[in-house]
Design a protein around this ligand. Structure first.
Ligand code: ADP
Ligand code: MG
Length: 385
């Protein structure tokens, strides 16, 4: 079967993608609840429905203009990390298509490859990091490979299949990018939401090649039956330095607490608020701010640090994030003279804001003291360029 990759094809794709995302929103959100903040389905539903409405009004004249417009709307409306990433995919593809009224199958291959390269650059992610790249890269590769010997419909089918396999292959991976990376080892055993939605989008692209199939109702996955429910696979148990007890509910007396020591009362308090908000739960692990001096002026107060540690200590240990200088020195001095006992207090060698977020997310997920410290440590490696 030869399908023209014309404006109608890409309209079918966007329409099908929107219906699939709406139908699978609960499933995607359930995946994101396990290793993120439970908004991926809602994010994409909002983004795709608004993009679909917008392009229906704007009526772009070419496939390139259509994908570019949809990409811009996705970036503006999704809200989460997936917005700019999927927005980049569509905009990059649209740019490669240029003004062509009918896109050549080879050009679609080039566009897919360029789109994945852009996502990798923007997200600083490579295959194996447990992100959407793990579905998109194999899809682009499979498309090119299948097109070398077959037609566009076969190439699209191969791409969809490779994306699905790529999404499943994220289950045993440890997340190294995005929100799931805050969980470190605990991200193992769960399928990445963005890789899953990428596979759904690649399937929609394949289905766009068949107008009859495309018009068929979308079958919804049952949220509770997704592969996350399975126990962690080989990679989780692979030989390596001390496998972390990802699924093991450690018999700790309470959760690990967190104290934020900043020179500024406002910085400490609002960083604590940010970290709580990003845990995605209404019952975050205990976090206390020890910012500034008791009168509100700038500085570090031993008295406030002692009170904060006592307030968050549930018996499972306390991680302290400090901004700099006297904040670090004060906590070290208090540790040295034993005045924070009986709490088991450790200083995290991590950037203040990022470390606070990763530490509290991990503590709220039930991580023990070593896991929470390791998660805060990981925040040092978050590159921004
Ligand atoms: P947020 O994580 O901001 O809540 P979403 O839940 O909408 O955003 O999207 C999460 C998905 O985005 C992840 O499952 C992952 O596939 C993808 N993602 C997040 N960060 C990156 C990144 N740096 N590079 C590539 N993909 C990423
Ligand atoms: Mg999310």
């Amino acid at each position: 079967m030869t399908v023209p990759l014309d404006l109608a094809f890409f309209h079918r794709f966007l329409d099908r993608a929107t219906r699939v995302v709406v139908a699978e929103a609960a499933y995607l959100t359930e995946l994101d609840a396990a290793i993120g903040d439970a908004d991926h389905g809602a994010n994409l539903k909002r983004g795709f429905t608004s993009a679909a409405d917008a392009v229906a009004q704007e009526a772009p004249a070419t496939p390139g203009a259509l994908l570019t417009a949809a990409g811009v709307h996705l970036t503006n409306t999704v809200g989460g990390a997936s917005g700019p990433l999927f927005g980049t995919v569509l905009r990059r593809m649209g740019k490669i298509f240029g003004d062509e009224a009918v896109v050549e199958p080879e050009t679609l291959g080039k566009a897919l490859a360029a789109a994945v390269a852009s996502v990798r650059r923007l997200g600083d992610a490579v295959p194996g990091d447990k992100t959407m790249v793990d579905a998109l890269q194999p899809a682009a590769d499979a498309y090119a490979e299948a097109l070398a010997t077959g037609g566009v419909a076969e190439a699209l089918e191969a791409a969809a299949r490779a994306a699905g396999a790529g999404a499943e292959a994220t289950i045993p991976m440890r997340a190294r990018r995005g929100r799931a990376s805050y969980l470190g080892e605990r991200s193992i055993g769960h399928q990445d939401p963005g890789a899953t939605s990428s596979a759904l989008l690649m399937t929609a692209l394949h289905e766009a090649a068949d107008p009859v199939l495309c018009a068929a109702p979308v079958e919804t996955k049952e949220p509770s039956k997704h592969p996350t429910a399975e126990p962690p696979t080989e990679a989780a148990a692979a030989p390596g330095p001390e496998p972390e007890p990802a699924a093991e509910p450690a018999p700790v007396p309470g959760r690990v607490g967190m104290v934020l020591v900043s020179h500024s009362r406002d910085v400490a308090a609002s960083t604590a608020a940010l970290a709580r908000a990003l845990t995605g739960t209404d019952k975050p692990a205990p976090a206390a701010a020890a910012g500034g001096l008791p009168d509100g002026s700038v500085g570090t107060s031993a008295e406030l640090v002692r009170a904060a540690v006592a307030a968050v200590d549930e018996g499972a240990g306390v991680v302290v994030l400090c901004d700099m200088g006297s904040a670090v020195l004060t906590v070290k001095a208090l540790l040295g003279d034993g005045s924070l006992a009986p709490a088991d207090v450790r200083i995290a060698d991590a950037p203040f804001v990022e470390g606070a977020v990763t530490a509290l997310v991990t503590a709220s997920a039930g991580g023990d003291l070593a896991t929470v410290l390791a998660a805060a440590d990981d925040a040092r490696a978050y590159r921004k360029l």
